[in-house]
Design a protein around this ligand. Structure first.
Ligand code: TRP
Length: 460
């Protein structure tokens, strides 16, 4: 499915520099990376713990004004140089008379990606574990409290969590070892439409059986008095997380993008599909949460409690439910691949073997995953500095709310200040007004907005 570009590239790497076979393939791969647990697991529970509508509005604003321009910047940087995050930033910096230290941003991003993957894989493992649970009828006519106890029993079992985490990491390694295009391209082309269709079906079910108006108004009616500065930062951080930007993953994917494909149009499509999936997930889940007396502030377990109740009470729910969690796990897999790929692409560009790099980095991430696993059971009481958060919460917070936004503004500054206007114009292929608007966003708006929120939190 992958073709070799003509007139190859600036970095003669031991692995031929491969390309997506078409714009469609790239869109699918980018959507595959963007749509994942962030949309279906994380977005609903964050909206729940941050008070609903106001959070959602800030999140949508951040996606449009900060995430989207940076997504365009990352893809542009990758396409301008090639799929190595450190190499692309460093050589573009040198070419445009800036410090070669910019490459450091790529390295931090690639390491951050492994930290994200370490807990991402654990949660993806929950989705895998739920496939046999639902298929075998564990949730038949289940109540909310039964569903809560199934989840807490699962989380109390480090062996089960570890086993499913292992399965998921091994799958990720296998796909990466085979190369980006093969596998991912084929999987996402049918997966994304199927997942979308199931989400729509769930929203329809929630509209008939759940407290739809209550759920929808929780999600869509902004109450700004409930919005703390932490919530604003979480919304901004989640905008990065959900679009897979802030750590160079899209630099790598952009590195596989042929010239001639419109980056802005592609990025807008990716962001719209991604946001629609998140909103659909929210509209499916909250009506069920309210109808079943569950707590919208249920935290990371929210989706795994609310949806099985719905499946347990619907005709053919064990089949639909199993299918849903299979699709969720595959959606997570296409995102996990985008998290492991930056570091692998980096090692490959330095002459390492792809399969070896995937196995080595995958094992490292796998070990790190046990921090998250144990924070649900044997380390459940471990707290840092008197804070209420578990180690899992800390990893999640440190990456999404700090490293992603910081990486994102570094990339924005790079794209806005280091890359000359003419180069950006040529890569993005937009008219001069749109180009100016984009430059204002990456040069001023994104860095300023993220800095203000971070400083505001630091001062508290
Ligand atoms: N976007 C994915 C999700 O929402 C997570 C993800 C995949 C990601 N690749 C990434 C996040 C790269 C940050 C950077 O589920």
């Amino acid at each position: 499915m992958l073709t070799h570009p003509e007139g190859s590239d600036a970095h003669p790497s031991p692995e031929p520099h491969v390309m997506w076979s078409s714009r469609f393939a790239f869109v699918m791969a980018a959507v595959g990376s963007a749509v994942g647990l962030g949309n279906i697991w994380k977005f609903p529970y964050m909206a729940g713990t941050n008070g609903g509508g106001a959070f959602v509005l800030v999140y949508l604003g951040c996606v449009a004004l900060i995430g989207l321009p940076i997504l365009m910047a990352e893809v542009m940087i990758g396409r301008a140089d090639g799929p190595s995050p450190v190499g692309a930033l460093r050589s573009l910096a040198i070419r445009h008379g800036a410090s070669s230290q910019w490459g450091f941003i790529g390295a931090v991003g690639a390491v951050t990606a492994l930290m994200v993957l370490s807990f991402y894989s654990v949660v993806a493992g929950w989705a895998l574990a739920y496939v046999p649970k639902i298929a075998s009828g564990d949730f038949l006519n289940a109540s909310g409290s039964h569903s809560e106890s199934v989840l807490s029993q699962h989380l109390a079992d480090p062996l089960a969590l570890g086993a499913w985490h292992t399965v998921f990491i091994v799958l990720t390694i296998l796909i990466i070892a085979r190369g980006v295009g093969r596998g991912i391209e084929r999987a996402v082309v049918w997966l994304m439409p199927a997942l979308f269709a199931l989400l729509v079906m769930l929203v329809a079910y929630a509209a008939m059986e759940g407290a739809f108006l209550q759920g929808a108004s929780f999600l869509l009616t902004p109450d700004f008095s409930a919005l703390s500065s932490d919530a604003v930062l979480s919304a901004a951080g989640h905008a990065f997380f959900t679009l897979s930007v802030g750590l160079g993953a899209m630099i790598v994917y952009g590195g596989y993008l042929p010239a001639g494909v419109s980056i802005p149009r592609t990025a807008i499509l990716v962001a719209s599909l991604d946001t629609s999936c998140a909103l659909l997930a929210g509209l499916a889940i909250f009506p069920l949460v309210f109808a079943n007396g569950l707590d919208p502030e249920g935290g990371p377990g929210l989706v795994f409690v609310a949806l099985p109740v719905a499946f347990g009470n619907m005709e053919g729910g064990n089949i639909f439910g199993a299918l849903f969690f299979i699709l969720l796990a595959i959606a997570a897999l296409t995102s996990a691949v985008a998290l492991l790929e930056p570091m692998v692409a980096e090692l490959v560009s330095r002459g390492r073997n792809r399969a070896w790099s995937a196995a080595f980095l995958g094992s490292l991430t796998w070990s790190l995953g046990f921090i998250s696993i144990f924070s649900f059971n044997i380390w459940a009481d471990v707290r840092l500095a008197g804070d209420a958060r578990t180690l899992f919460d800390w990893l999640n917070l440190l990456t999404s709310d700090l490293l992603l936004p910081l990486g994102g503004i570094a990339i924005a500054i790079f794209a806005g200040w280091v890359i000359p206007r003419e180069t950006a114009e040529q890569q993005l292929g937009v008219g001069s007004h749109v180009l100016t608007a984009w430059r204002v966003l990456v040069r001023y708006v994104a860095p300023a907005a993220v800095t203000i929120v971070l400083v505001d939190i630091a001062l508290k």
